[in-house]
Design a protein around this ligand. Structure first.
Ligand code: XMP
Length: 508
């Protein structure tokens, strides 16, 4: 394992992901964890991330010099390198001009770290403070356009630093430098793979669960699907999945879930068609939060009823990911059930212990594990979908069956065209919104008074920020004309060009 200490850099998670992509398990820890925390993990290597602070700013995160005495090879990146250099007595100062974006690295002496990379290479920089002198005992390996010292090393002590970001794609030799650090310098074994994750998790689940019964709320999203399959592989029919179709799903989605889990994987599955109940419950509800609450509460009720029928299940499967764990401040497995936004929150008084087989994984790894387990491509690459489903996309009004059906039909056309254009995976989300208004149109010499469909397509890495996707005009035209021709109720199509912030991804 390799520990990445997070100094608050924009790319810290990306560093941890890159290391894993190279086959080495890595963990992201806040920079202030003590030396003991790090030592206890017995890592092969330690990476210090970049960060937004100036090493001189009051309160700037410090590097504990003891971390450099553990005998574990250290690679400081950007802020991490500056902290390393400063701690060991080198010279770091604020520069007149910053160095942001593409830069050229000139290698004077490749040393161990830059071995095998060219004398001149492109790299990606993002800093204002600059290293002017390497600490005693260190070799300055390279400089860049604005940085006199852009890479340093002291192989005897196992200490290395680079000013540029090896983790971003704009640094073509970044992967190579990381590989050199991990393999040649740290001697980490490259055994982190989907197949190994499955073996490890299957063992861990068996140990945790024993011969108890387990239930899983399956939504059809990639996280709950992969979590369910892992648990099923581990304990077979001790697992029962509960799939609540609240009628707010996309077209054919319910059937796909049933077909995959029941017919293909033979997972015991209780599928509840609860459309009527949810429609009843949503009558007269148009305020967004009220809709969410109504759906969440109804969901719990249905889930409880089904869980009671299954009886005496001790464990509940949750598809919590590593990014959720980091965001909520890390820590060890939560003992009580926190409200899981995907299923609208489960009741506090259901006393389950949680099984969270994806807790250590990034989304890309979840997809890889899903693919390795034979999960159909449609599930593996499914875009995120909100728990309350299409109800929060019938905006400004009540989610009636008629409106939901119209929206579902429009959404189906959108997805179909986007898939055909080969853009589905590139988009974080693509969906339609149906505002509760009608507009006038003319079709076949007749006046129409129909629904407006809005197209929302965004790119994003984590849904915290998003940009509207520049879909090709011809594709937009094809989508709009199909919607208007194929759906009677629709006579107008518009495109949402708001990024996040200021807009949210969903409209409600
Ligand atoms: P917003 O609209 O806040 O959405 O930019 C960010 C991401 O979260 C999804 N989302 C939800 N997911 N339950 C969920 O499980 C919800 O109530 C919910 N609301 C928004 C949204 O689709 C986007 O991916």
């Amino acid at each position: 394992e390799v520990v990445v200490l997070d100094y608050g850099g924009q790319y810290s998670q990306l560093i941890a992901r890159r290391v894993r992509e190279l086959g080495v398990f890595s963990e992201l820890l806040p920079h202030h964890v003590g030396v003991e925390e790090v030592r206890r993990r017995n890592p092969k290597g330690l990476i210090l991330s970049g960060g937004p602070a100036s090493v001189y700013a009051p309160g700037a995160p410090r590097l504990d010099p003891e971390l450099l005495e553990l005998g574990i090879p250290v690679l400081g990146i950007c802020y991490g390198m500056q902290a390393l250099v400063l701690t060991l007595g080198g010279k770091v100062e604020g520069a007149e001009i910053g160095e942001f974006g593409r830069s050229t690295l000139t290698v004077a002496e490749p040393g161990r770290l830059l071995a095998g990379t060219p004398e001149t290479q492109q790299c990606w920089m993002s800093h204002r403070d600059t290293v002017y002198e390497a600490p005693e005992g260190f070799t300055a390996l390279a400089s860049s356009t604005e940085s006199p010292v852009a890479a340093v090393e002291n192989p005897e002590r196992g200490l290395y630093g680079i000013q540029y970001h090896p983790e971003v794609v704009h640094t073509p030799y970044g992967q190579q430098v990381l590989t050199t650090f991990l393999e040649d310098i740290a001697g980490a074994s490259r055994t982190w793979s989907a197949a190994n994750i499955i073996d490890e998790q299957v063992d861990a689940i068996r140990k945790q669960v024993g011969d108890s019964k387990v239930i899983c709320g399956l939504s059809g999203g990639v996280d709950s699907s992969v979590a369910a399959l892992l648990v099923h592989r581990a304990v077979g029919d001790q697992l029962t999945c509960v799939f609540v179709d609240h009628g707010m799903m996309r077209q054919d989605e319910g059937e796909q879930v049933i077909r995959a889990f029941r017919d293909q994987f033979h997972v015991p599955l209780v599928a509840v068609d609860a459309e009527q109940r949810f429609l009843e419950r949503l009558k007269g509800v148009s305020e967004p939060e009220a809709k969410r609450k109504a759906i969440g509460a109804e969901f719990i009720r249905v889930f409880e009823e089904e869980a009671a029928k299954i009886g005496d299940a001790k464990f509940l499967v949750q598809g919590t990911l590593y990014s959720d764990v980091i965001e909520s401040g890390g820590g060890t497995g939560a003992a009580t059930i926190k409200s899981h936004h995907n299923v609208g929150g489960l009741p506090e008084d259901m006393e389950f212990q949680l099984v969270e087989p994806l807790r250590a994984l990034f989304k890309d790894e979840v997809r890889a594990v899903g693919a390795e387990l034979g999960l159909p491509e449609k599930f593996v690459w499914r875009q995120p979908f909100p728990g309350p489903g299409l109800a929060i996309r019938v905006v400004g009004g009540e989610a009636t069956k008629e409106r939901l059906d119209t929206l579902r039909a429009a959404d189906f056309i959108l997805q179909d065209e986007i898939r055909k254009a080969g853009l589905y995976r590139e988009l974080w989300q693509s969906f339609c919104v149906l505002p509760d208004i009608r507009t006038v149109g003319v079709q076949g010499d007749e006046r129409t008074y129909g629904y407006v469909v809005a197209i929302r397509a965004v790119t994003s890495d984590d849904a915290m920020t998003a940009d509207w996707a520049r879909l090709p005009y011809d594709l937009l035209e094809q989508i709009a004309s199909r919607m208007i021709n194929e759906i009677r109720e629709v006579n107008r199509v518009v495109l949402d060009i708001t990024s996040k912030p200021p807009g949210t991804i969903e409209w409600e």
